[in-house]
Design a protein around this ligand. Structure first.
Ligand code: ATP
Ligand code: MG
Length: 439
């Protein structure tokens, strides 16, 4: 088959901008063949571009023979360009159709495609992810990432307005930041290095220079638990603020969630409609429950957890039923939290660490940090971590480390809330888990 060149053709309109007012005007549109309907002498080609769909109508007797012949060769997912006249047509989607004068085929597709791009024939998630770029032809799937884009715009606007500056910290690090989650090793010239699991230590250090910083970037955890909310690579939205305590950054977090929900609800109406999802802009402040209160609630539900232990997933499921909304869990036992989380001044058994929950899913963890070097070293030792491997980090505590606090929010988990999607693999373009390293 002869493949056409783009040449001097440039798009005059996106599908969404072609309205009945343009009746009679010549336009150039680009996109992909989404569907073909053949009624003998009449052929409808649905063209899909990034903003929507458009009907191209090829009437055997009203269109030049060359175009009629070429249109017969079209298959789903061919990449095409159409030059033609806009015609008002009540029954067409959007009330308009294009009557082509010229048709260019830029690329063909293998038939049959591994997926039904209309989504009418449902496919398993793994089949979909194996052919992800094709899977992303579906408007519903694109809607998820347009919502993510809007959410990120809102995050950046909100944090910038609050005086936070965006920073980028290293992804290649020399030793474990926090213990806990397993790290991926990297062959770094002649040495071993690791992929960062969080920006924690660097953002703390930068609070000493810039006071209020935020970072949005990928982090890596060698998670072996195969769940619908964990991936081995995920984007985290992180902040750190100098001269602040846990309550201060909890306020920032709930205001941010409120703003993001409002922005997405206002600006992604079409996407939310495609997904059949409604965003309720949450009222703030969110409920704050202490770890002790949570244990009591669980006790009432006949679930016993010893003070100091982490809360297992099954117990979170029960909490999610009791609190089907956003809520903070505060005042965690110090020993249940990372070494850098600040123990309470009056009762050091308790910490200034918190989690933000949505139903049963953790969206964010944060807290006030230790800024006293002696105490930090003591906490490292208590958690069985060597002060030697934190040498360069600890040195920064000799340069006037301010009291500081911050949090990390998993972007994909937030997008799951914003879209109503239940599996994290669907809200990440190319997810990485224990079993998936391609595409
Ligand atoms: P969880 O208990 O759900 O495994 P965590 O407490 O280990 O999470 P944190 O270290 O507190 O995670 O990270 C901060 C946030 O980053 C989490 O609240 C979550 O939103 C997100 N996050 C952490 N690990 C992952 C992951 N493997 N995949 C996706 N998001 C993650
Ligand atoms: Mg956490």
């Amino acid at each position: 088959m002869k493949i056409d060149k783009l040449g001097a053709w440039r798009r005059s309109h996106y599908s969404a901008d072609i309205s009945p007012e343009l009746d009679g005007q010549e336009v150039i549109v680009f996109g992909w063949v989404q569907e073909i309907r053949d009624l003998g002498g009449l052929r409808f080609v649905i063209l899909q571009d990034k903003n929507g769909q458009l009907q191209i109508t090829i009437h055997k007797n009203k269109v030049v023979a060359e175009v009629v012949e070429k249109a017969k060769t079209l298959q789903k997912q061919y990449s095409i360009g159409v030059k033609g006249k806009v015609k008002t047509m009540k029954n067409a989607p959007g009330g308009v159709e294009i009557v082509p004068n010229e048709l260019r085929i830029f690329s063909v597709s293998e038939q049959p495609l591994p997926l039904d791009i209309t989504g009418r024939t449902k496919a398993e998630i793994d089949v979909r992810l194996d052919a992800r770029v094709l899977d992303l032809r579906r408007e519903e799937n694109q809607a998820i990432f347009r919502i993510q884009h809007a959410a990120l715009q809102a995050v950046r606007a909100f944090l910038s307005k609050q005086g936070f500056m965006e920073v980028f910290t290293p992804r290649i690090i020399v030793s474990a930041t926090e213990g806990g989650a397993a790290l991926f090793p990297v062959a770094y010239f002649t040495r071993e290095a690791f992929l960062a699991q969080s920006p924690q230590l660097y953002k703390e250090q930068l609070s000493l220079d810039f006071e209020k910083v935020f970072e949005i970037g990928p982090f890596f955890r060698a998670e072996e638990s195969h769940t619908r909310r964990h991936l081995s690579e995920f984007i985290s939205v992180d902040i750190e603020q100098a001269f602040a305590n846990a309550e201060d950054v909890m306020n920032v977090l709930e205001e941010l969630i409120h703003d993001v929900c409002k922005y997405v609800a206002d600006n992604c109406k079409r996407e939310l409609e495609l997904l059949g999802h409604k965003i309720v802009v949450p009222e703030i402040p969110f409920k704050r429950l202490t770890y002790r209160e949570i244990l009591e609630e669980l006790e009432n539900e006949k679930i016993h957890i010893n003070w100091g232990e982490d809360i297992p997933t099954a117990a979170y499921r029960v909490l999610g039923k009791l609190h089907p909304y956003y809520y903070f869990i505060t005042d965690w036992p110090t020993k249940a939290k990372a070494f850098y989380i600040k123990p309470n001044d009056d009762n050091p058994e308790l910490s200034e660490g918190f989690d933000l929950m949505w139903h049963w899913v953790e969206l964010s963890s944060g807290g006030a940090r230790i800024h006293d070097k002696e105490l930090l070293m003591k906490r490292l030792a208590e958690q069985g971590l060597s002060t030697e491997s934190f040498k360069t980090h600890l040195a920064t505590f000799d340069y006037g480390m301010p009291p500081h606090a911050g949090w990390g929010l998993g972007l994909a988990r937030m997008v799951m809330v914003l879209t109503g999607v239940k599996n994290i693999r669907e809200v990440v373009l190319f997810p990485r888990d224990q079993f998936r390293l391609t595409p």
